[in-house]
Design a protein around this ligand. Structure first.
Ligand code: ZN
Length: 243
């Protein structure tokens, strides 16, 4: 089945990642910093964005070695998406997997964008826009759990929606990049392996979703807000992309 939700809870220096696959629950733990005693919920599916299987993310401090917090591309993307920059924390470590997490109940930023600090920034921009699109999706839905529910627990629907938004971002803000290279960077850091419940969409579907965002000329896409775009993809375009 399609449904999949990944969660990471951090308590007492121990992180427990909980993977729901329909009603199937898998739990495993990894050591994390004690300072992160907050609930951390990676966005559905994207925990698997850069690797295959259930390998664990390494312990990683809440630092931003590539200074993405001040990165012009990230600031521009957040502005277009309507994301308050103060709600997002970037966290990078060597070998860290690209993902986005929701932190509930804490005083700090609500969303954490995790990234590998050993990849040149220019190659990270496209997939980071995909992660910021997840932030926008969670913001629109009210949180990670709500996002999953709105998408019937279908990771593929959420992932293709993020690719669609990344395409929209390219169209309205990032035309300085060459389209094919941008898309290649977007997709190369995305998972392609159709594991039940963790689908990101196959390459053709991701290409269709991204290019719909770039080239979609439908009247209702032209002046749509980010929230409207998210809903249009969820309610209408997704079915067209996966046909
Ligand atoms: Zn994703």
């Amino acid at each position: 089945m399609d449904g999949h939700l990944s969660m990471m809870n951090m308590t007492s220096g121990r992180a427990v990642r909980v993977a729901f696959q329909g009603t199937v629950l898998a739990v495993f733990a990894l050591v994390m910093a004690k300072s992160l005693a907050q609930s951390l919920i990676p966005s559905p599916g994207c925990l698997y964005a850069t690797h295959v299987g259930d390998s664990e993310q390494p312990a990683c401090e809440m630092k931003d070695p590539l200074d993405l917090q001040q990165n012009d591309h990230m600031l521009r993307a957040m502005k277009v998406l309507g994301i308050d920059r103060k709600t997002v924390q970037f966290r990078g470590c060597l070998g860290l997997l690209l993902s986005v997490s929701e932190m509930r109940g804490g005083a700090g930023p609500r969303y954490v964008v995790n990234y590998p600090a050993d990849i040149p920034v220019v190659r990270l921009i496209a997939p980071l826009l995909h992660e910021l699109a997840h932030v926008a999706q969670m913001q629109e839905a009210g949180g990670a759990t709500e996002l999953s529910s709105l998408n019937n627990m279908m990771s593929k629907k959420i992932e293709l929606g993020a690719d669609f938004l990344a395409g929209h971002l390219f169209k309205v803000e990032f035309k300085e990049f060459e389209l094919n290279a941008f898309e290649q960077n977007l997709l190369v850091h995305g998972l392609y392996r159709e594991m039940a419940g963790r689908e990101h969409g196959d390459p053709r579907q991701r290409d269709l979703a991204f290019r719909r965002g770039v080239f979609g000329r439908d009247a209702d896409l032209v002046n749509a807000t980010t929230s409207q775009l998210i809903r249009i993809f969820r309610d209408e375009l997704y079915q067209l992309v996966i046909r």
